[in-house]
Design a protein around this ligand. Structure first.
Ligand code: SF4
Length: 264
């Protein structure tokens, strides 16, 4: 069970770069977001349950995440399966004819971008490490491992955090489009905070031991209730905790009160 006291954990070493961008927040803001993050996390655990654990080899996860950019899970998985079927090893992908790689991953979309990107990453890893193996990252500090991944073309904060969290058991909080939208509506971040800084803030307001379940459950919430256009607030499990839902209630009440002459 996560407790409120666990949310007051000091900023640890991992935050030296990612957290620096959100250091402008006041202690009062952080305390409020931490309390809400805990309440949302616990409510989502009650509603959805803990997230099923999965673990892939970190290089597999990195390649899969690059393929996932700007597409859905189904097309990503089809492209990944086709790539692995066509080329038995990552060395074979690295050394393949670029056109053959693009053809294999076509279903993921943006093949002309993703194919060369995948091959460039594989070449660079080989050059730096002498082999296609990212398990050494497990022995690095989280922030050092994150910075190592972020140097690659096409690897942003979300991709790096996914590899860290899902394949290396590192405390990183990936923020995808669902997490970004839902945390904005809930009021777990300032509305205008960009997605990169939202990664840093989420790592400050959720306790590290909650990252995995909170990340997955916020995505579940986004997919099943908090749709981009028509959020299903009326049946949402965190409605009473949500700034957007409260503002909708208030704005619907305001005209009625005004018509009755109850507001100055
Ligand atoms: S109450 Fe509505 S806006 Fe808030 S998280 Fe739920 S679905 Fe999204």
């Amino acid at each position: 069970m996560v407790t409120l006291s666990m949310l007051t954990h000091p900023i640890n070493k991992k935050g030296k770069t990612m957290a620096a961008s959100s250091d402008a927040f006041t202690p009062e803001q952080l305390a409020r977001w931490r309390a809400k993050a805990l309440a949302v996390h616990q409510r989502l655990l009650e509603h959805f349950g803990p997230a099923p654990r999965r673990r892939r080899d970190p290089l597999d996860e990195l390649m899969l995440t690059v393929l996932s950019q700007n597409t859905n899970d189904r097309n990503r998985d089809r492209a990944y399966a086709a790539l692995r079927a066509r080329f038995p090893t990552w060395e074979a992908v690295r050394d393949a004819d670029p056109q053959a790689v693009k053809a294999a991953i076509r279903t993921a979309g943006l093949a002309n971008q993703k194919g060369p990107r995948i091959q460039a990453i594989l070449r660079q890893i080989t050059k730096e490490r002498g082999a296609l193996d990212l398990n050494f990252l497990a022995h690095l500090d989280t922030e050092d491992a994150r910075q190592w991944l972020l140097r690659f073309p096409g690897v942003g904060p979300k991709t790096a955090a996914i590899v860290l969290l899902f394949s290396l058991d590192k405390p990183a909080f990936p923020v995808d489009t669902h997490v970004y939208r839902v945390t904005g509506r809930l009021g777990l971040r300032p509305p205008n905070l960009n997605i990169e800084k939202t990664h840093a803030l989420m790592e400050r307001i959720f306790p590290p031991e909650a990252y995995y379940d909170a990340h997955i459950n916020l995505i579940r919430l986004g997919r099943r209730y908090c749709h981009p256009r028509r959020p299903r607030c009326e049946s949402c499990p965190v409605r009473d905790l949500c700034d957007y839902a409260q503002s909708q209630t208030t704005s619907h009440q305001a005209p009625a009160q005004s018509q009755e002459g109850g507001i100055a």
